[in-house]
Design a binder for this molecule. Structure first.
Ligand code: DOR
Ligand code: ZN
Length: 440
């Protein structure tokens, strides 16, 4: 046991969690002292504890942050999810904070819409929620920025977005956003490179219709237009060449579990229709290699469930999107167990970097961070099955894959998941970024 992580300020801790954690390049026994304020006070050996919870040789991990979900609340006529149902899946999947996207109906592009959305989080969310806004009218941008957690820009049409940002307006908009200080996520596909997607009838054709070139062109345009002061992040990158390009430009980005693990098949139905599309083996393998080498700063689920009857209906009419918030970390922990990716890579890209991107004091087991923690038993492998998940949509694109679900999930030192069941209360709050220096 190491003792060097920090002055225990003395007095009994409210809680001590004892188990193993990843420290200094290996799994070691630790005791994590949590204060009354729900923050980690020290990591090391603790003398006095009000309450001690010992998980033996199970592994304590920081809870993940999922930068990108569509809980679609208010659900509109076709929605199958809500803040309440989505955040329970997040809790069970080891995600302690979600970034909720604004492409609902109505779109979250005004302070009123943001107020309404906040009211839907209060008393209903199992984990914390950061709310993205769409930039509405230029004159209202400042008021919106004072309340939102981040902005989302769509450069192409997709679910709920008929009018993407026109190319000629992009530089001016990015310039205005740069002065506001909030993180800005961009859906980067260039619709001028699409080949009549209405004719596509399966996921392989969808990939050809919204090709990698559309993503490359949009990122090119974004990099040209983005002022240096802008905190800009590219959503769901699917193309290995863009990993290189964005890394050398110093721009943040994410990859999704579906683009890392699944390929576009001609013999699949519209459950596998998603924007940007699933790609072929070359891109998929390249993205996985980049991921396991630690070159993907963030992994986010882009959780976007749609009703099964619409996803199994005619391909051209089916909405794009796949659920994934509950399976993101469990699928990747199973890959860790198989030796396909190092644990610290998963901790960095699912826990640490996304939380830092959103200015949140969580994602590491370190003094000052929120005690948002998971307990994982790497021997407890299971198989993803839709009927064992908690998505009201009732299906998953990851059916049959191996996963390791967290056994416990603690939020600010309070247990919200025990024995893999949600036992918490809907105490999640709306958070906003704080880019003052965070605890180390
Ligand atoms: O597949 C997608 N679904 N891509 C998006 O950009 C939006 C999302 C949704 O909202 O369903
Ligand atoms: Zn999305």
């Amino acid at each position: 046991v190491r003792h060097d992580d920090g002055p225990d300020p003395g007095g009994p801790a409210a809680l001590v969690l004892a188990g193993r954690a990843w420290r200094g390049g290996r799994l070691e026994p630790v005791e994590i002292a949590v204060g009354e304020d729900g923050r980690i006070r020290s990591v090391g050996r603790v003398r006095d504890a009000g309450r001690r919870h010992d998980v033996g040789d199970r592994v304590i991990l920081p809870a993940a942050t999922d930068l990108h979900v569509h809980f679609r609340d208010p659900p509109g006529p076709t929605g199958v999810e809500s803040i309440a149902t989505g955040t329970v899946q997040a809790a069970l999947g080891g995600v302690g904070l979600v970034g909720e996207m604004p492409n609902t109906s109505p779109e979250v592009s005004s302070v009123d819409a943001l107020d309404a959305k906040e009211a839907r989080v209060r008393g209903r969310a199992a984990v914390d929620v950061l709310l993205y806004a769409s930039p509405g009218s230029p004159s209202a941008l400042g008021a919106l920025a004072a309340r939102a957690g981040a902005f989302k820009l769509y450069l192409s049409p997709t679910t709920g977005i008929d009018r993407p940002v026109p190319p000629e307006e992009l530089p001016g908009l990015l310039g205005r956003l740069a002065g506001l200080g909030l993180p800005v996520t961009v859906h980067a596909e260039d619709p001028s490179r699409f080949l009549d997607p209405r004719k596509a009838e399966n996921p392989a054709a969808w990939n050809r219709a919204r090709p990698p070139a559309a993503e490359e062109a949009a990122v090119e345009r974004l990099l040209k237009a983005a002022p240096p002061a802008l905190r800009v992040h590219v959503a769901h990158v699917t193309v290995p060449s863009l990993v290189t390009k964005l890394r050398s430009a110093g721009v943040s980005f994410e990859a999704t579990p579906h683009h890392l693990l699944l390929e576009a098949k001609a013999k699949a139905d519209a459950r596998f229709k998603v924007n940007p599309p699933l790609r072929g083996p070359a891109e998929r393998t390249g993205m996985w290699e980049a991921f396991r080498a630690g070159q993907i700063p963030c992994v986010a689920s882009d959780h976007a469930p749609h009703a099964l009857d619409r996803k199994q209906g005619p391909f051209d009419l089916a909405p794009s999107g796949v659920p994934g918030v509950e399976t993101m970390l469990p699928l990747l922990l199973a890959e860790v167990r198989r030796g396909e990716v190092p644990l610290p890579v998963v901790l960095s890209s699912l826990c640490d970097r996304p939380a830092r991107w959103l200015g949140q004091p969580m994602g590491r087991i370190a003094p000052g961070h929120r005690a948002n923690l998971l307990v994982v038993d790497f021997r407890a492998r299971s198989t993803v099955r839709a009927d064992r998940l908690h998505a009201p949509a009732g299906w998953t694109p990851f059916e049959g894959r191996e996963a390791i679900f967290p056994v416990e999930h603690w939020r600010d030192g309070e247990r919200i998941v025990a024995d893999g069941e949600f036992v918490g209360r809907p105490g999640g709050t709306v958070v906003r970024p704080d880019f003052a220096p965070q605890p180390p």
